[in-house]
Write a protein that binds this ligand. Structure first.
Ligand SMILES: Cc1cc2nc3c(=O)[nH]c(=O)nc-3n(C[C@H](O)[C@H](O)[C@H](O)COP(=O)(O)OP(=O)(O)OC[C@H]3O[C@@H](n4cnc5c(N)ncnc54)[C@H](O)[C@@H]3O)c2cc1C
Length: 284
């Protein structure tokens, strides 16, 4: 199995955070993945499944290893049923489906996730989420069993699924899409992408929205009102374009991002009494 030791963390998160990780493994198939998990468990080694690293803050002190499922990239389209490996990139999938006149993933075309990461999070945008198109998911549990979970069993909620609460690895996903013309689908994708480009600081590395919107409030507005736009810790900066984004303007580390998050939470709490809840996942 391919593996990279002492790997440069910058290549594994969309924040492009500084640091090294002891090892990144790239299993070819489920047999290799199963064997690897058993070995790591036996050695008591901490591990994390990595999608595209677009929702992760990895500390430079993280002492586990990463498992990247980029070889789980099979795609099969049969009528309106799409079977896709968990390592397949979501924007590419949306485009491939559009070419087959299949609609339903337009909302996801600007989310830089793998399909596995998007299921884990029930990723969503513009009022739609992955749950709209999921039919079933094949997972590997930590006892080495392969199971098929239907939509109900996945317990999909707001940025939530059973994968977050049980030790399950998403291997493959079946989606059910609807028919529409390529032109209509492309137009919706184009509009969504334009909207993102206008509102989000896509010119800098980031991991999307940092905080959940508290009920009735916009996290970005609360941060902006606290006067924190442009505030920096090291090279981690509150975006000038969208205050709910932290961007890496140079050589930020996970520690810089985490310290900045703490400062934002304290300042917003002091001024409004609201504690902002972090949406991104931290590996320490
Ligand atoms: C510019 C930008 C815009 C964004 N916009 C949005 C948006 O509109 N909506 C939205 O919801 N999110 C958005 N995000 C955040 C992010 O893309 C999503 O949270 C996405 O679902 C993360 O997927 P990933 O493959 O990068 O997962 P990672 O960040 O690599 O991992 C996230 C979690 O998923 C787990 N995971 C990944 N793959 C698997 C698998 N195969 N099996 C089990 N667990 C797995 C990981 O272990 C980890 O716990 C944005 C991010 C960026 C950078």
């Amino acid at each position: 199995m391919k593996k990279i030791s002492n790997a440069d963390l910058r290549n594994y998160t969309t924040y492009k955070l500084e640091g090294k990780v002891a090892c990144v493994y790239f299993p070819e198939d489920v047999t290799e993945l199963e064997k690897l998990i058993l070995k790591l468990k036996k050695e008591n080694m901490k591990y994390k499944i990595l999608g595209n690293g677009s929702n992760l803050i990895i500390s430079s002190k993280y002492d586990g290893v990463l498992i990247k499922l980029e070889n789980f990239d099979k795609l099969d389209i049969d009528g309106n049923i799409v079977t896709v490996g968990s390592g397949y990139m979501l924007p590419k999938l949306a485009l491939e489906c559009a070419k087959k006149n299949l609609s339903g993933l337009e909302f996801a075309s600007g989310i830089p996730a793998t399909i596995g990461g998007a299921i884990y999070q029930n990723a969503g945008a513009y009022g739609e989420q992955m749950d709209k198109v999921i039919k079933s998911v094949t997972v590997l549990d930590d006892q080495g069993n392969i199971k098929n979970l239907n939509k109900e069993e996945l317990q999909l909620g707001y940025r939530d699924s059973i994968l977050k609460h049980e030790s399950l690895i998403c291997l493959e996903v079946v989606l059910e899409l609807k028919r529409d013309s390529y032109e209509n689908i492309k137009q919706r994708m184009h509009n969504n992408l334009l909207n993102r480009k206008e509102k989000q600081p896509l010119e800098y590395p980031s991991a999307g929205s940092v905080f959940r919107n508290p009920p009735g409030y916009s996290a970005g507005k609360l941060i902006e009102d606290a006067g924190l736009k442009g505030f920096k810790v090291g090279d981690a900066m509150v975006s000038l374009k969208h205050a709910n984004f932290i961007v890496n303007v140079g050589h930020a580390s996970g520690e810089d991002v985490l310290q900045l998050i703490k400062i934002i939470q304290e300042k917003v709490k002091d001024e409004t009494g609201i504690l902002l809840e972090v949406e991104q996942e931290v590996l320490e």
